[in-house]
Design a protein around this ligand. Structure first.
Ligand SMILES: C[S@@+](CC[C@H](N)C(=O)[O-])C[C@H]1O[C@@H](n2cnc3c(N)ncnc32)[C@H](O)[C@@H]1O
Length: 438
């Protein structure tokens, strides 16, 4: 192949060139060219239109090169465009685990800056590698498969800290004073701030995805809320599609995902029953946390927001419609997991949202499969308990329910999940104590 030195000023950029480059990448490219020279020639057509190497030519120009090495082809314009795309599109993919090892080795020798990878990208790869090793060790359980999920335990809290730390380390760069600059810390504050709710627990997400959705699988979430379920899915290499009627929540989630560099979660500003149409195939898992009727009202102005329903009955009708629409869009052998809790009405009576959710899901065709209690942080409960309880004999709620449903008469074990013993069922470690008043 003949290589000809051509003056940069004589080369023409293709005005249709679909590739672009950010400042950070351009700086990395310049560092590499400074270190090794321009060792990869530019591909140009006979009229000197650049076909491959726009960014390299620009980097060389910024570094003060007057000429660049070129390979000259003789192509018609359509072939030129075709090759422009093919040069960028056709290529292999990194094996993230092997890449992480290689980058760590180079980083230890102070050479990471010349690979084009940033510290935060390496942190992400290393985390993923650690996750895989850890998952192998604990056979993907993450938390014990008992019917009480005790989020107050040390192993849970430590894991949660790891998630928050990781998201802060990988999400913190690039947006300056912007509100979404702080990874999971801000991410939590934002998501919580918007909906007035606490952040969904990333450890619960990690366990549920490890247990019930294979890598590369698809999760659907008709009440997305904050970004946690989507972000954790994407980091764990699961695809996630979520709906929320709150536009600002969707925009915030999208910005946060972009900031942490995750692309496998997508959000749609539609009502829950419409999300199933957006799925590319049937989902492996439905994972959601609906409004607990009017416990928190998300958007008073939006009549699609079911937390605004005029009565519990009206809420249940819309809730039923959203859950029932899911059935045909979940794979045979797939699962649905709903985190939900009972609430009280204006008279202080308990509304049976947990029981109603089970009735709705079984009426849709699902099999009721596991029932777990998520024991949540006690917070200020001990301080409030005595006055509260002596006044009205009502206990302070420190749990939510996690309800599991399966689709299909024969509950098939997905072979990709075969390392989950107990056939996906959790061991019972609790009894319910129900109190009624006459
Ligand atoms: C309980 S929240 C989720 C809270 C949870 N702590 C979290 O952030 O993941 C439920 C979400 O459902 C949304 N929502 C209400 N009605 C909806 C509907 N018809 N379709 C989809 N989402 C809806 C609300 O905007 C809210 O963000």
């Amino acid at each position: 192949m003949k290589i000809t030195e051509i003056a940069i000023k004589d080369l023409n950029k293709a005005d249709y060139n679909p590739r672009k480059i950010g400042k950070a990448e351009m700086d990395a490219l310049k560092r590499s060219i400074e270190r090794y020279g321009l060792i990869d020639p530019i591909i140009v057509n006979k009229d000197y239109t650049i076909i491959g190497g726009h960014q390299r030519t620009e980097a060389a120009r910024q570094l003060g090169f007057k000429e660049v090495p070129c390979v000259i082809l003789d192509l018609d314009k359509d072939s030129e465009k075709e090759l422009n795309i093919a040069l960028n599109k056709i290529g292999g993919k990194f094996n993230d685990l092997v890449l992480a090892d290689l980058l760590e080795e180079l980083k230890a020798k102070g050479r990471l800056a010349y690979t084009g990878f940033k510290d935060k990208e390496l942190a992400r790869l290393t985390w993923k590698k650690g996750l895989k090793d850890k998952n192998k060790l604990i056979a993907s359980f993450v938390i014990p498969p008992f019917s009480i999920f005790d989020s107050k335990q040390g192993y849970w809290q430590n894991r949660k800290k790891e998630w928050v730390g990781f998201l802060e380390a990988t999400g913190g760069e690039g947006r300056g004073e912007n509100l979404i600059s702080g990874g999971m810390g801000n991410l939590g504050a934002m998501a919580g701030g918007l909906t007035g709710t606490s952040v969904f627990d990333p450890v619960l997400c990690e366990a549920m995805y490890a247990w019930y959705c294979p890598e590369g699988g698809l999760i659907v979430d008709p009440f997305a809320g904050g970004v946690t379920r989507g972000a954790v899915a994407s980091i764990l290499d699961r695809n996630y599609i979520g709906a929320d009627v709150s536009k600002i929540q969707i925009e915030t989630n999208e910005a946060l995902l972009k900031n942490i560099g995750e692309t496998k979660a997508t959000y749609h500003n539609v009502s829950g029953e419409e999300i199933y149409k957006k799925l590319p195939s049937q989902a492996d898992l439905l994972f959601t946390c609906p409004p607990y009727y009017d416990l928190e009202i998300y958007d008073k102005e939006n009549d699609k927001d079911i937390s605004n329903a005029p009565s519990y009955q009206a809420f249940l009708e819309k809730y039923t419609q959203i859950l029932h629409s899911s059935y045909n869009h979940i794979k045979e052998g797939g699962y649905a997991i709903i985190t939900v809790g009972n609430i009280r009405n204006d008279k202080g009576e308990m509304l049976n949202l947990v029981g109603d959710t089970i009735t709705i899901m079984t009426a849709a065709g699902y099999t009721f499969y596991n029932e777990c209690i998520l024991a949540t942080a006690i917070g200020t409960a001990p301080v409030r308990a005595s006055a509260h309880f002596s006044k009205n004999k009502k206990v302070i709620k420190t749990h939510q329910n996690v309800l599991f449903f399966a689709k299909g008469k024969e509950i098939a074990i997905n072979p990709k999940l075969a390392n989950i013993i107990l056939n996906g069922a959790t061991a019972t470690a609790h009894h319910d104590v129900l109190v009624f008043k006459k």
